[in-house]
Design a protein around this ligand. Structure first.
Ligand SMILES: Cc1cc2nc3c(=O)[nH]c(=O)nc-3n(C[C@H](O)[C@H](O)[C@H](O)COP(=O)(O)O)c2cc1C
Length: 248
């Protein structure tokens, strides 16, 4: 896959919505997998597709810890409370949101901008606005200050209302990372493989096993593999959409 997608040299493809529907509708949370490994080429492609998820300011605040080594997988499965999905999957992926990589990734956006000329507005965004926006300062003191200023300025005009704290930075990073997780699950399905997202785990132990840095937040552990015949536990159902969709 190319590192960049230039809209001039990549015209929009024709897409069969029924193929998309097949991917979405056949994805299920799978609780038992066969022993068949997921080929590295498939895993690589799925992870690349995961990283094409939309993400805040293209700051890509995610990390993926791919665990294939049986002994580490076993430890991780135990930390995932011994869930069958974790115990049977040939690969487990720790999906981690990062709150402290925004600064280095701002710089990477400046360094790796794909066009020859960096637009001034982009330069300004990553060098001036992003630091203002995402830096919460020591003990979150800048965040408190920004919140106060925002409350005053916001009386007269719309202003950004955060992230104003380390806690809000966690939500900020989790949003983008969860979207990448969904891309990953759909990509696995499109390749004929399956997954189970898990938040049922011992966070302390999972962090230790994976070696997650201090600013990392384990959003979920994803079990991935080929679904076993008894891998689906129940029929898929959702509540009435009228209860959830609000059209204004
Ligand atoms: C954030 C998140 C955490 C989840 N944690 C677990 C888990 O720990 N164990 C599990 O078996 N399923 C877990 N699931 C799967 C849900 O139970 C499942 O998505 C839901 O029941 C709907 O079923 P479906 O995915 O087959 O449509 C999780 C799903 C999400 C999105």
């Amino acid at each position: 896959m190319p590192k960049t997608t230039d809209p001039k040299s990549h015209p929009l493809p024709t897409i069969d919505v029924e193929e998309f529907r097949k991917v979405v509708r056949s994805r299920r949370s799978i609780r038992r997998f066969t022993d068949e490994p997921v080929p590295d080429s498939v895993l690589d492609d799925c992870l690349e597709l995961a990283m094409l998820a939309p993400n805040s300011s293209n700051l890509q605040p995610w990390s993926f810890y791919v665990v294939k080594t049986p002994a580490i997988r076993q430890q991780l499965a135990t930390a995932c409370l011994g869930q069958n999905a974790a115990k049977t999957a040939p690969v487990l992926i720790g999906i981690v949101a990062r709150t402290a990589t925004w600064r280095q990734n701002s710089q990477r956006n400046l360094d790796e901008w794909p066009d020859e000329k960096l637009p001034p507005i982009v330069e300004k965004y990553y060098s001036k606005i992003a630091p203002l926006h995402y830096n919460q300062g020591p003990l979150g003191v800048f965040g408190v200050l920004k919140k106060g200023l925002g409350l005053i300025a916001g009386i007269k005009k719309p202003v950004p209302r955060g992230p104003y704290s380390v806690c809000e930075m966690k939500v900020w990073a989790a949003k983008s990372t969860a979207l990448a997780a969904q891309n990953l699950m759909l990509a696995l399905r499109a390749h004929g493989y399956d997954s189970c997202p898990m938040e049922g785990f011992d966070d302390h132990r999972v962090r230790k096993i994976l070696g997650v840095p201090g600013d990392g937040q384990v959003i979920m552990v994803l079990a991935a593999g080929r679904r076993a015949d008894n891998g689906v536990y129940n029929q898929q159902y959702r509540f009435d959409k009228e209860d959830f969709i609000h059209t204004l």
